[in-house]
Ligand binder design. Sequence first.
Ligand code: FEO
Length: 402
Amino acid sequence: MPVKITENVNWVGVIDWNIRDFHGYRTDRGSTYNSYLLRGEKIALIDAVKAPFADDLLGKVDRAVGLTNVDYVVSNHAEPDHSGSLPRVLEACPQATLVCDKKGVDIIGGYYDLDLSAAQVVGTGDTLDLGGRSLSFLEVPMVHWPDSMVSYCPEEKILFSSDSFGQHYASSYRFDDAGDVGTILEEAKTYYANIVMLYGKQIAKALAAAAELDIEMICPAHGSIWREHVADILAAYTDWVTCRPRAKVVIVYSSMWHSTEAMARALAHGATRDGVTVKLFDIAASSRTVLATETLDTAVLAVGSPTLNKTLMPDIAGLLTYLKGLAPRNKLGMAFGSYGWAPNGPNDVNAYLADMKLDILREPLTCNWRPTQEFLAECREVGASLADAALKAEANSEAYQP
Ligand code: FEO
């Protein structure tokens, strides 16, 4: 059923309870594709949903206002999780004008066989007057596609924020204050880390523009609506745009015969102290989604791999390739690992970390065959130095830039 958000706004989106993989992002709590109806004298549908859910969306729109009464379909972002049902929506609402930015026309035209000649192209500063209600548009290119924009309704003080501030989170509740806000913030962090971390500079600009708006509610395209915790999610984003480092040491490793694992455990042992969060991950038991999220706010990322076939372990290479794409900033890095006849594994990890533009704390920590007790003591000392570096990074983190 449509859900009343305010007297003039309805949620008509869908809940995708069972999605578990969003092109590689593990969505263990499912997702939602949020669409909203904004009703003035004219009616706008803001964003559509993924293609398989078109009937669900259209049924809700029909119950709320009647399909033939929709005057505008606003596409803030044309990725198919929002645009997939657009052809069905435009067919069911033939009188509706599609509203999107110029890049949106290109992308929608690239995906769908639609006549877009009548589309209303808008850009930053443009306003759509619905009579009693209006939408003003702000383009936020590369947050996280070229066409991305957000729409603001000044009469409702609502920001329809598209992917920004979203969460892959299926819930029967629509508002942040109805569900568990800790979980919602956790999912917002996971979303940020895995979808938009690489666009911190652009998001910082968008946050600056949003700061000029009087916002009482943020209606994202995924997950819960921010109503009681608007300040909390804005503050969190302000930290995340710089990947603000906390006094935290994340140690990830892959191991063949437990030598690299023993090094990882000794590093974690040495780093452990009050005031420093230490997290240890065997990559075989971890998802890239979780590791990217842990990377977002860590100060130190220590990555271990033995040598396999003259290079690093492929699971570690996969993680580092993923993280390189997400471009975490303001991080310290260290490579470690064991080897038999050539330390290529840890050395190649080091090369990846340097390529990711992490500040390398020291040369790779390497161990030939098995670590001795003396060597593990050295690993603990190195771990203590990682904790020192993490505390220092957090102390300086206010000054960091996106
Ligand atoms: Fe939710 Fe970028 O699509």
